[in-house]
Design a protein around this ligand. Structure first.
Ligand code: PXP
Length: 246
């Protein structure tokens, strides 16, 4: 069974809309775990728009599965990650004005920063995953630098419309996954995955983990976190009614 990492950033987005102390992403993480999440993912952004430093430290103490910290590679964030020691750090690109992470990290162009972050995190016992596009050069560089895993950015797949465009994006993900597995990398995927488009992704041989946030938190607002996670775990199997591709 492929693991599900639940990204609870948007619980904190609602909290920060009022600079209040609810809803609490730590409580959401507990409920997500009860619903079957195999891990909890949070992105501590430079602008602290949702998750705050304290959330990450409290999650480190309370998450009973795996904590995955998404982070950019600059020094302040590395210092925090080295203190928190999440089970895994996923290195992502970050732009201040973006609504959400746009595109994968260009690990070829940013070799020195990425290698430096990998070496320091691994020395602290943190597994390192690189959030990259499904591109042969990016996969090869990730393996060369010593990453443990890569997470393929699935935005192009989830935003594709029409059978031919969807099939083309799935082919790219399939080829890049086969290459990564051949190089000894663990393969994760995430971004824009939802209850309707997730099934084609879980059928790709070699995928070990999905990280999903927006669609689960959106459903959780209406039906509760535990149920939303349980339904995503079901959607990741073949036994889910799939009336439409959203
Ligand atoms: N993986 C990474 C690296 C991300 O940056 C995000 C978005 O924070 C996700 C997965 C989850 O994407 P979504 O919220 O669209 O499910």
């Amino acid at each position: 069974m492929i693991r599900l990492g639940v990204n609870v950033d948007h619980v904190a987005t609602v909290r920060q809309a009022r600079r209040a102390n609810e809803p609490n992403p730590v409580a959401a993480a507990v409920l997500a775990t009860l619903g079957g999440a195999d891990g909890i993912t949070v992105h501590l952004r430079e602008d602290r728009r949702h998750i705050q430093d304290r959330d990450v430290f409290v999650l480190r103490e309370t998450v009973t599965t795996r904590l995955n910290l998404e982070m950019a590679t600059y020094e302040e964030m590395l210092q925090i990650a080295l203190k928190v020691k999440p089970d895994e750090a996923t290195l992502v690109p970050e732009k201040r004005q973006e609504l959400t992470t746009e595109g994968g990290l260009d690990v070829v162009a940013n070799e020195a920063a990425v290698r430096g972050a990998i070496d320091r995190l691994k020395a602290a016992g943190v597994h390192v995953s690189l959030f990259i596009d499904p591109d042969a050069a990016q996969v090869a560089a990730s393996a060369k630098y010593g990453a443990d895993a890569i997470e393929f950015q699935t935005a192009s797949y989830s935003e594709a419309r029409g059978e031919a465009a969807v099939a083309k994006e799935l082919d790219k993900l399939r080829a890049a996954t086969a290459q990564a597995v051949g190089l000894g990398l663990h393969v994760h995927m995430g971004h824009g995955l939802n209850y309707w488009n997730v099934q084609a992704v879980v059928r790709i041989p070699g995928v070990e983990e999905l990280n999903i946030g927006h669609s689960i938190v959106s459903r959780a607002v209406l039906v509760g976190m535990e149920r939303a996670v349980r339904e995503m775990k079901l959607a990741m199997t073949e036994h889910y009614p799939n009336p439409k591709r959203a």
